[in-house]
Ligand binder design. Structure first.
Ligand code: SF4
Ligand code: SF4
Length: 67
């Protein structure tokens, strides 16, 4: 199984636009430095990708790990 999730690239300026755009609140700004995606909650809708003014968010496939 794999699912799509948002991946934050380098050079995030922690503007918070993506966190505001995410409909389920799956992005937080870590220590005011960069955006962090909660991979367990992200549904891969790509709203953050379209919203990021720096264009550094990618929607990628991630293998789900089942312990
Ligand atoms: S892809 Fe959608 S659900 Fe995932 S972090 Fe971005 S806006 Fe939120
Ligand atoms: S919108 Fe882009 S630059 Fe701004 S906090 Fe999110 S990932 Fe970083």
């Amino acid at each position: 199984m794999s699912k799509k999730i948002a991946t934050i690239g380098p050079n995030c300026v922690a503007c918070g636009v993506c966190a505001t755009a995410c409909p389920i609140g799956a992005i937080r700004i870590d220590r005011g430095l960069r955006a962090v995606v909660d991979a367990g909650r992200c549904v891969g809708c790509a709203r953050c990708e379209r919203a990021c003014p720096a264009g550094i968010i990618a929607i990628t496939e991630r293998q789900e790990v089942h312990a």
